[in-house]
Design a binder for this molecule. Structure first.
Ligand code: CO
Length: 134
């Protein structure tokens, strides 16, 4: 049912500083910043051979990443994104098994133009999980 790891997301307090650090210290290949107002974040992806790392900076009032950074001011791991073939079927079986989906329960369009859902971290041992339909 679960596919590949699509990306691992790290919340950072200063996206341009994080981009510079990844470029200068790690020689990382990075995408241009993209604002996603519907998700309350600006994102940059570190492009890797086997997956991606998503650097997240809060965007706008009420950003969920701002709340995370209030608890973790230096930044930290924010979520892991798994690929699924059918996001609605995955959601329905998760909910039937007692799992919780964040928000209104319906997929939103994520950073790659594909439907995404977030699962309640308390159901997964403290880690926020994103599902992306590929
Ligand atoms: Co993500």
């Amino acid at each position: 049912m679960l596919g590949r790891v699509n990306h691992i997301a790290l919340a950072v307090p200063d996206l341009s500083a994080a981009v510079e650090r990844y470029r200068s210290m790690l020689g990382a290949l990075l995408t241009e910043p993209e604002a996603l107002p519907e998700h309350g974040v600006t994102v940059v992806f570190v492009t890797l051979d086997n997956t991606k790392v998503e650097l997240l900076e809060p965007l706008g009032a009420g950003s969920p990443v701002a709340a995370f950074l209030a608890k973790n001011p230096a930044g930290g791991m924010h979520h892991i994104c798994y690929e699924v073939e059918d996001i609605l079927a995955t959601r329905d079986s998760l909910v039937a098994a007692g799992g919780r989906v964040l928000g209104d329960g319906n997929p939103k369009i994520g950073a790659h133009g594909k439907p995404v859902l977030f699962l309640h971290p308390k159901d997964f041992f403290g880690t926020l999980i994103e599902l992306e339909q590929v």
